[in-house]
Design a protein around this ligand. Sequence first.
Ligand code: SGN
Ligand code: CA
Length: 528
Amino acid sequence: MTCLRLLLLALVLPALQSCDEDVAEVTRPNIVFIMSDDHAYQAVSAYGTGLNHTPNIDRIAEEGALFTRSYVTNSICAPSRAVMLTGKYSHINGKVDNINPFDWDQDNFAKSLQASGYQTALVGKIHLDGLPQGFDYSNVLPGQGQYYSPVFIENGIKKTIPGYITQVTTDIVLDWLDTKRDKEKPFLMLYHQKAPHRTWMPEEKYLGLFDTVQIDPPANFFDDYEGRPAAAGQEMSIYKDIDVVYDLKMLDKEEELQTRYRKAFQGRYDRMTEEQKAAWDAYYDPIIEDFKSTKREGEELALWKFNRYIRDYLSTIQSVDDGVGQVLDYLKENDLEENTIVVYTSDQGFYLGEHGWFDKRFMYEESFRMPLLVKYPKEIKPGTVVDELVQNLDFAPTFLDYAGVDIPEEIQGESFKDLVNGKVDEWREAIYYAYYEYPGEHRVNRHYGVGTDRYKLMHFYYDLDYWELYDLEKDPTEMNNIYDDAAYAEVQQEMHKKLEELRVQYGDSDEANEESLNRYLKAKNLTR
Ligand code: SGN
Ligand code: CA
């Protein structure tokens, strides 16, 4: 906050006579930034897909704003979080994949808020090794974390906590808000859920929640990937790659279903208490029996797998939604509602059967796009809808802007504070994307690209050199690659131009790709 603004404040609040930090604390907003892991916008009922019901998450948009075009810069967990913290692209902050380490010594927005007098806390999944910097309190998961009896690292000290991860995470957040923070200071709380990440293990009380409904897969579930070699080469197909024991919980007591990851799932099951196991078995055992005794093949088996997958995935979200409700209620009951910004988002999008897939990584719409709901009763009108293109790159500058802290020059994102209130005349028309983690799990090739509200251009490279272009208005599910289609020659040229401009603007290049590729191959002990 500038001194001039503080002086103006001092005029209206005569009790405050100085230009020091204390004055600012009166009005600076608190920030609760809720991020879940792999939560597809298709599974937030505020987006109207009708798949499930998330009344508490929806409340944020009802009382504030719903963003219809919020995108990630690199659709994978740890890089997404590094971008969120630094406001810089992966090739600048250095965290381009889940493999190489993150440099906590660099600036992040929590450090800036902390230096300006905020109390800062980080709870849950962060997926960046090392003691988090910029936080007065951290209580985070090692790596991916576990659904049952999770391990947390509280200010550097490891502890196993009984219970189900989503509720445990919420309890830690509520406890910090209620008993641990300095109530004289504004606060930043990063409340980061593990759910609904693979292997989609529901809380006992929600086992079977979606069993009364038959969920149809998306229309392109049986995609043949024609004209899209990278899409054809992935390993994230619900039909061919999902593991029936590990992912779909067919852990039969007779041990007849011996799949690749059975042992890993046994380890997860063994973390449950006897009571939890009893509830789990009562639900899954009859399904296992049916699976073993009914012969399903081809399309029928694919649909059966899709239904098992989607039901577990959606059930884990119900616990996330409960947690959001508990935190919103806490803010309300403690007179914190008016002056607190609440954000709900995910670290990337996710496929819920589109193109036949689970997982993410591609720049295709479902994993590129994320849910984003923001409320701040003091400034944002209830029911606001924002259709402009925003990215996770924008979180850091937006929070600094709301807190009245100077936004460092090197930050590459833009604050969307004024955009939400309709006070911005010009906004970006194109966004840049880059994905790196290949060769790796799920085999999604390295690619980069540019998106506008209507078109998308992507370039797959490394062991491919292949361009794709989509007209999202005519082909929203991206089934028809129109690159080199004469009817789109002008659009193609225009999109190439935009891509080059953005690569220059953000300092990305083939050389930077080469450099990060070499680091990646070295870390994985691979040769080209
Ligand atoms: C794990 C998952 C993958 C997932 C990555 C990245 N496998 O490795 O399916 O793509 O995380 O996800 S699992 O067998 O360990 O569940 S991310 O969200 O952390 O980037
Ligand atoms: Ca994720």
